[in-house]
Design a protein around this ligand. Structure first.
Ligand code: CA
Ligand code: CA
Ligand code: CA
Length: 843
């Protein structure tokens, strides 16, 4: 194996990465760090390093990784793994040998006594990659189990290496235990999947190697190979010979990217083929039309346009069949691969937003029973909401409660009225402010821009019951907006503002999988009762969610106003009381916090540079649209005009996937975010001013796609970029809507093509259940079932080193597969925009 320029070991068909990826810190062990194996184009192993338990979980501690030391002379890569709390700093060194690599562990001091029997060399394999395969341990043959079914022991918790921040993932019901999975097998040589050369990895050592199944502790657990480090020794204390599977003839099958929903006749149609560098691209691809009898005709021979290398690993080729307009069923045949069939039809976009509105946004409703035909997705959850979070509590999801509550409540006091509305924000069950606010706001924009009258869901906020595929006479868009406002209004009225998060009180509840109704007992916590004791509607089980009220800022309440005021016009014809309530609370917050929400002139210039830093602008715009009251316009108009006059400078980066629509941050171009929102209501003078800035703005929002063959900006360092792709495409639509001659409407489709399958790594549609070949798994709250919730949009492609990934057999990577709820209305907006553009182009 050769140490390549990127500092990992490479041979045909297999790569061994050595801490090219490290633990990034936000969510601890993301199963994307350490020694990793990419074989035949799939990452099959990760987490190689020194760990302190048999099968580490997400919140188990790992050593702080030093910068990598690469020795080109001996072709080695070495890191220190520093366990600061234990004064333990093993050196982890990898160098090539024979048909693989040796992994050596070096110690300057012996393993500390408290870590003997705990510190070991681990390497983790993705279970789903190995489903249906075997392993050899020495000469014994064993099956890799589809489901965990081996043995564990409980040990006294005094022996446990504490997890980060003293978290505990295990509910020991007060017994003082923790769980230790026992080895499935032990020997000196373990070969994973010897029968399959794509998966075969052999590990040999003079020390014993055991294989464990981490799924006994956590559904996202891995198959782990592990050797304990010997006590009392220094120098080279352990060596593994790791032999992956090299193939001198392997060539990755081309990945033909195209839209899995198909194409509308008038649009551009360009498939992008991702190809192995050892492959020589054929000059011609064929578009086949599928006939009713199953036969296929070649309807177009497409000249393969070589795009070239992108992101080091692969070459790219484009196949253009834009001129094929005849409705029908087609597939692409290129380089020995025939794709699945897909339609060309003028209505391909017509129903693609339905699953998001009908299913994803409904199934993720908090405080509701959700039914679909014979199936109850979940019961009425979190009916004991919620307690004032006590001081100095840290929440696993990055939230913290400081000393100040900013409310009238005592720590752990029950706050009434909160068990209504809202959504599970993503793969977990908390209500995050930015998530509930932006989902509500963007649903309100769906109504404002498109007024979809679709009614296919019964939503009853009185009995807190929703029934999917059951019309009830009220447009679902309106009812979904209301499901947001009832929660936002409840928070504003009972807490005083929308809290940063209403989240689980401890780790055991946070990692809950299953029916959300079973997450808590629905009874309000009463500390005077014994643990697990129940009395009437109260219980001694501390499972109620906490309201985290730190980080309150007056400026933050402006987003509460935006969501409530934007909802008002949608609600007023159907739910006038809720509409008036929303508007009243929005105005109240405006009057109460207007002065205090002013940007601090002494704050770092970052947010204020182009005048976009005043959160009151958006609030005033929405209040003005809702009420027509001139005082709001008098406030925002000069500020928006100032934005138009400002010299654009690079604003702060926008890494937060949970921002709402219109939150795109601009670099080096004019900021028209607010101006476009008010554009249709303004006079000609204002409109002309905006128009003059459009070319520069278009340049900003379209240039991100110029560096790659897919024509959209691909993000993906710590969180994949589908939400940005959707936002950017929708921004292009807004320009096209007002200035149809100033932007190519194909930019609207380009974003959808990418989401629907024209992307690297695979050609699966990233919208669950939408398209022909769609996501099989996602990090939804049903992820333990290796399933999906239709209409959810997964984040998409992570880009690590030179490697794109969106696993479709392992649902537990949130950065790739967590369908955040607020992406759903953004996607709906884009689909409705695409319908409009398609109708225009097909005319
Ligand atoms: Ca969350
Ligand atoms: Ca309805
Ligand atoms: Ca409870």
């Amino acid at each position: 194996m050769q140490l390549n320029d990127l500092g990992y070991f490479e041979a045909r068909g297999t790569n061994v990465l050595v801490y090219n990826n490290i633990y990034n810190g936000s969510f601890y062990d993301e199963k994307f760090a350490g020694l990793e194996i990419i074989q035949r184009g799939e990452r099959i192993a990760t987490g190689g390093g020194i760990r302190l338990m048999n099968t580490p979980e997400q919140w188990d501690i790992f050593g702080v990784v030093s910068p990598r030391r690469i020795d080109r002379k001996e072709s080695s890569v070495e890191v220190d793994l520093n366990y600061e709390d234990y004064g333990f700093v093993p050196r982890f060194k990898v160098l090539p040998k024979d048909k693989g690599v040796v992994i050596q562990i070096w110690l300057d001091k012996p393993v500390p006594a408290e870590l003997v029997g705990k510190a070991g060399m681990n390497l983790e394999f993705f279970p789903a990659s190995y489903f249906g395969h075997n392993y050899l341990v020495d000469n014994l043959a064993r099956i890799l189990p589809k489901y965990p079914m081996h043995d564990t022991e409980v040990h006294p918790v005094s022996e446990k290496i504490p997890q980060y921040f003293g978290e505990s993932t295990f509910d020991d019901r007060g017994r003082g235990d923790f769980l230790v999975p026992l080895p499935l097998s032990t020997g000196h040589r373990i070969v994973m999947a010897p029968e399959d050369e794509a998966l075969r990895v052999s590990v040999t050592s003079d020390e014993e190697i055991s294989i464990f199944d981490g799924r006994h502790l956590a559904q996202n657990g891995m198959f782990v190979l592990r050797s304990l480090l010997p006590g009392g020794k220094t120098g080279k204390v352990l060596e593994w010979y790791l032999e992956p599977s090299i193939s001198n003839s392997w060539i990755r099958k081309p990945n033909i990217g195209f839209s899995q929903v198909g194409y509308t006749p008038a649009q551009k149609k360009v498939a992008v083929v991702e190809m192995d560098k050892n492959d020589s691209p054929e000059s011609i691809g064929r578009l086949l039309k599928v006939n009713p009898d199953g036969s296929k005709d070649v309807v177009k021979r497409m000249t393969a346009k070589i795009w070239g290398e992108y992101h080091y690993r692969y070459n790219y080729v484009q196949l253009d069949f834009s001129d094929v307009r005849e409705p029908g069923l087609y597939c692409i045949d290129y380089q020995g691969v025939e794709t699945n069939a897909f339609p060309i039809d003028k209505d391909v976009y017509g129903d693609k937003w339905h699953p998001s509105m009908d299913i994803s946004l409904v199934v993720n409703m908090d405080h509701m029973e959700v039914n679909e035909a014979y199936r109850i997705w979940h019961g009425r959850a979190n009916m004991d909401d919620a307690l004032q979070a006590p001081a100095n509590v840290r929440l696993h999801d990055g939230y913290f409660q400081g000393n100040e509550t900013n409310t009238k409540y005592q720590p752990l006091e029950h706050i009434t009225g909160l068990a209504v509305g809202g959504w599970y924000d993503a793969g977990d069950f908390d209500i995050q402010a930015n998530s509930v606010l932006n989902t509500t706001q963007d649903l309100a924009y769906v109504w404002r821009e498109f007024k979809p009258m679709r009614d296919q869901t019964l939503i009853d906020e009185v009995t807190q019951y929703a029934d999917i595929h059951v019309p009830d006479g009220v447009p679902d868009n309106v009812q979904l907006i209301m499901h947001g406002t009832v929660n936002i209004n409840a928070q504003v009225e009972n807490i005083g503002f929308v809290a940063q998060v209403i989240g689980q009180p401890d780790m055991h509840h946070y990692h809950h999988l299953g029916d959300a109704m079973t997450l808590t007992d629905g009874k309000v916590y009463d500390p005077s009762l014994a643990r697990y004791e129940v009395k009437g509607d109260r219980s001694g089980t501390p499972d109620d969610r906490y309201v985290f009220t730190s980080r309150f800022s007056p400026a933050g309440t402006m987003q509460d106003i935006v969501s409530l005021a934007a909802a008002y016009p949608a609600l007023k014809d159907y739910y006038p009381e809720e509409a008036e309530r929303s508007l009243k609370n929005a105005k109240m917050l405006w009057d109460k916090y207007f002065e205090a929400a002013a940007p601090n002139p002494n704050a770092p210039a970052m947010m204020g540079r182009w005048g976009g830093g005043d959160s009151r602008i958006n609030a005033a715009i929405e209040l003005w649209i809702a009420t027509g009251d001139q005082k709001y316009k008098d406030f925002f108009l000069p500020l928006v005009e100032k934005q138009l006059d400002a010299k654009p400078v690079a604003p702060r980066s926008n890494g937060n996937v949970q921002n709402g629509m219109f939150s795109t941050q601009f670099t080096g171009g004019p900021n028209l975010t607010a101006a476009l929102k008010i554009y249709p209501y303004m006079d000609k003078q204002f409109q002309d001013k905006v128009k003059a800035l459009v070319p520069a703005y278009v340049n900003v929002i379209t240039r991100g796609g110029q560096d790659n063959p897919y024509g959209v900006a691909i993000g993906g360092a710590t969180w994949a970029g589908n939400a940005s792709v959707i936002n950017n495409a929708y921004n292009c639509y807004r320009i096209w809507k007002y200035f149809p001659d100033m932007i190519d409407p194909e930019y609207v489709f380009a974003g959808l093509n990418f989401i629907f399958g024209c992307h690297p790594y695979s050609n699966v549609s990233f919208v669950e259940g939408v398209g022909v070949n769609t996501k099989k798994v996602a990090y939804n709250n049903n992820r333990a079932d290796y399933s999906t919730i239709p209409g959810g949009i997964v984040p998409g492609l992570l880009v690590k080193e030179d490697f794109f990934e969106n696993k479709d057999d392992y649902p537990f990577h949130w950065g790739e597969n967590e369908a955040c709820i607020n992406t759903a209305p953004q996607y709906v907006l884009l689909c409705l925009a695409a319908i409009e553009v398609a109708e225009y182009l097909n005319k």
